[in-house]
Design a protein around this ligand. Structure first.
Ligand SMILES: N[C@@H](CCC(=O)N[C@@H](CS)C(=O)NCC(=O)O)C(=O)O
Length: 232
C-alpha cells in the first residue's frame, strides 16, 4: 500500500483528494510540521527538501519501491499508475492540464504562501511585502477567473488533476482576505468541486490536527527559525 507522509495543509490535501478520487488505498503517516517531524531522519530519507507531501510506493515502476516528493510529480505518478485517470489523454488536453498544474506549483502555492507569511505570521509587519503579495493573490484569482469564464474546468470540459491541485489553495478564501463573489467563475468552480464526495473525504484527512489559533513560539522557531534553516 502507498505510504502518504503528510499533514492537513493545502499541499497535503492535494494528495488526499487525488487518492480519494482515484480510489487508491493509502496509509497516512502524519508529519507534524509544527513540531519538527519534517526533520526526522526517516522523512529526510524520502525528501531532502523536508516538505510534505511525500509518498513511498512499495510497488513502484518495475515492481521496485519509489519515493517521491513535490505534489505535482506525485499526482502525475498516481495518474499514470491508474492508467491515466484525471489527466486528459489527448495531447492538447494533457499539456493544458500540466500547464495549470505548473501554474499552481509556481503561482498560487508559493505566492499565497508568501502572502500568508507576511500578512499573518511575520511578527514585523512590512507594508511593502503585504501589499505586494496581496496584489499577487488578487492577480492570480483574476487569472483563474478568466480561464474559468471560458472553460468548465481548468484543463477543459472535464474535472482533472489541474482542478485538484488548485482547489485546496482556493478554499478557505478568508485566510487570504479574498471574497470569492468578486471572482464569480472561480466561485462556481470552487462550489462544484467542494461538493464532490471524494473532495470532502480528502479535506477531512488529519483535519483534527489542524492548528486552531495563533502559532506558538515553538512552532514559529521550527517553521521560521534556526531549526528550519540548519544545514542538513
Ligand atoms: N512545492 C511543494 C511545497 C510543499 C510545502 O511547502 N509543504 C509545506 C506544507 S504546505 C511544508 O511541508 N512545510 C514544512 C516547513 O516549512 O518546514 C509541493 O507542492 O509539494
Amino acid at each position: 500500500m502507498i505510504e502518504l507522509w503528510t499533514w492537513p495543509t493545502p499541499n497535503g490535501h492535494k494528495i488526499h483528494i487525488a487518492m480519494e478520487e482515484l480510489g487508491l488505498p493509502y496509509k497516512v503517516i502524519p508529519i507534524n510540521i509544527g513540531n519538527g517531524d519534517q526533520f526526522r531522519a526517516e522523512f529526510l530519507a524520502i525528501t531532502p527538501n523536508h516538505r510534505i507531501p511525500a509518498i513511498v510506493d512499495p510497488d513502484g515502476p518495475g515492481g521496485k519501491p519509489l519515493r517521491l516528493f513535490e505534489s505535482a510529480a506525485i499526482m502525475i505518478y498516481l495518474s499514470e499508475k491508474t492508467g491515466g485517470k484525471l489527466i486528459p489523454a489527448d495531447p492538447a488536453g494533457r499539456y493544458t492540464c500540466l500547464q495549470w498544474m505548473m501554474f499552481q506549483m509556481g503561482g498560487t502555492g508559493p505566492m499565497f504562501g508568501q502572502y500568508n507569511h507576511f500578512a499573518n505570521y511575520a511578527v514585523e509587519k512590512i507594508p511593502y511585502a503585504i501589499e505586494r503579495y496581496t496584489n499577487e493573490v488578487k492577480r492570480l484569482h483574476r487569472v483563474l477567473d478568466k480561464r474559468l469564464s471560458e472553460s468548465e474546468y481548468l484543463a477543459g470540459p472535464d474535472y482533472s488533476m489541474a482542478d485538484i491541485i488548485n482547489f485546496p489553495w482556493i478554499r478557505n478564501p478568508e485566510r487570504r482576505n479574498i471574497d470569492l463573489s468578486d471572482y464569480p467563475n472561480v466561485k462556481r468552480w470552487h462550489d462544484t468541486i467542494a461538493a464532490r464526495p471524494a473532495v470532502q473525504r480528502g479535506v477531512e484527512v488529519l483535519s483534527a490536527n489542524q492548528r486552531k489559533g495563533q502559532m506558538t513560539d515553538a512552532e514559529r522557531e521550527v517553521m521560521f527559525g534556526k531549526t528550519q534553516f540548519a544545514a542538513r
